[in-house]
Design a protein around this ligand. Structure first.
Ligand SMILES: Nc1ncnc2c1ncn2[C@@H]1O[C@H](COP(=O)(O)OP(=O)(O)OP(=O)(O)O)[C@@H](O)[C@H]1O
Ligand SMILES: [Mg+2]
Length: 380
């Protein structure tokens, strides 16, 4: 039987755990064609939730279009993709789609003929930079018009929305707001993980998205429901286990679905032959994962300065440490605060640490501290 605990990509259908309430809430919002800002720290499951939501929405008769801002380096390519994907979602007949797209003024249609004679129409970026924003507005406007004409409800999901400032701008933000506000046939979900960016975009009175929609902060998956999902698969795989032993997995994975999936994936493999899950085996999991990722951690370590290494070691030992306190600096023989700040900023920039909304520094990868403590063992 194949390992049912998948990680690293989008999990769907029977491999997708719970999120019953979140899905119901988002379906309610989209039924009213609302606008939702979906916010959470990284790897909590926004993208998976959105794909499963879109599957459900399509079953309910909605048209859906998904865009990941990471994939579009500039407004031109974003405008082309948005136009193409929304029109395609609303019109499944290729010939009619081509006819629709050829009516666009600022984006050029490219038609290609497949080997079986089938036609494919894509939108090409044939515009100059200065026309990119009007082209985006045209595409969005067109999507609304087409949805009205077709009598369909369209949901546009924009993932990694916290990347929007890379397009340089207040003008873009204002234009987007103005356009979105006029739409009566489109629901929007704007999802992002840079919490502070997303929060300042939506909660700052001076910013364009202030009060444009509701903010939904995605939390961890409900432990009870997640445990039920895990037990279900383990039963199916004929594994023997005590339910209470598995509680530990949520602690080790800090309730982050990506971590939980990874822990369970490894648990399944390690016990594949014995089919017996013991507390010892569970305790071992984070170390096993840390070793699997060793080449990656090694590279990060090599590139770190001495002070950065000391800070990483200290934080792996004391996750709640206060690096700017005198006591901390005395214990580890480092300072002054200004160099510590510079090192922490650099580690944050490299993505090794992240700064919580409360200002604490934490490891982005839950398993890296295990690798560092392993390192201490071998260095001794
Ligand atoms: N409901 C779920 N059931 C099972 N696994 C899940 C679920 N949600 C998330 N995961 C696991 O967590 C991983 C990360 O999820 P996802 O990519 O959706 O998070 P994200 O919040 O979009 O992260 P990022 O902010 O980095 O884009 C997935 O690859 C998957 O393994
Ligand atoms: Mg994502």
């Amino acid at each position: 039987m194949e390992n049912p605990f998948k990680y690293g990509g989008i999990v769907r259908g029977p491999y997708f755990a719970d999120r019953t309430e979140e899905l119901a809430e988002l379906i309610r919002e989209m039924t009213n064609l609302g606008r939702v800002f979906l916010i959470s720290p990284r790897r909590l499951g926004k993208t998976c939730l959105l794909f499963n939501l879109m599957d459900r929405l399509r079953d309910l008769g909605f048209a859906t279009a998904y865009l990941d801002l990471n994939a579009y380096p500039d407004i031109r390519s974003f405008a082309a993709a948005l136009t193409h994907l929304t029109c395609k979602a609303l019109e499944s007949n290729t010939e009619r789609l081509i006819k629709i797209l050829s009516g666009l003024q600022r984006l050029r249609l490219k038609v290609s003929v497949g080997h079986n004679g089938s036609l494919t129409g894509t939108v090409e970026v044939a515009i100059e930079d200065k026309d990119a924003l009007p082209a985006l507005m045209e595409g969005m406007h067109y999507a609304e018009k087409l949805a009205r004409k077709k009598g369909k409800r369209l949901v546009i999901v924009i993932d990694e929305f916290s990347d929007l400032p890379k397009y340089d701008g207040q003008t873009l933000e204002k234009a987007l707001r103005a356009e979105i506000q006029q739409h009566e046939h489109i629901g929007y979900i704007l999802s992002g993980s840079e919490q502070s960016v997303m929060l300042s975009m939506t909660r700052d009175r001076k910013r364009a998205f202030y009060k444009l929609g509701r903010i939904m902060e995605l939390g961890p998956i409900d432990r009870g429901a997640y445990a039920y999902f895990i037990f279900g698969w383990l039963h199916k795989g004929k594994y023997r286990f005590e339910k209470r032993d598995l509680e530990k997995i949520f602690e080790l994975g800090k309730d982050v679905p990506h971590n939980i999936q990874r822990l369970c994936h490894n648990l399944w493999e390690l016990a594949r032959d014995s089919r017996e899950i013991t507390p010892d085996l569970i305790e071992k999991l984070p170390w096993v994962i840390a070793r699997q990722d060793s080449p990656h951690f090694e590279l990060l370590w090599q590139a770190a300065s001495q002070l950065q290494r000391t800070l990483l070691m200290a934080l792996s030992r004391e996750p709640d440490a206060k690096p700017f306190s005198k006591e901390f600096q005395m214990t580890y023989g480092i300072g002054p605060s200004s160099s510590i700040k510079a090192s922490l900023d650099s580690l944050t920039k490299k993505g090794i640490l992240f700064k919580t909304l409360k200002g604490a520094y934490q490891f982005s990868d839950t398993f890296m501290p295990y690798w560092i403590s392993d390192l201490k063992q071998t260095e001794k």
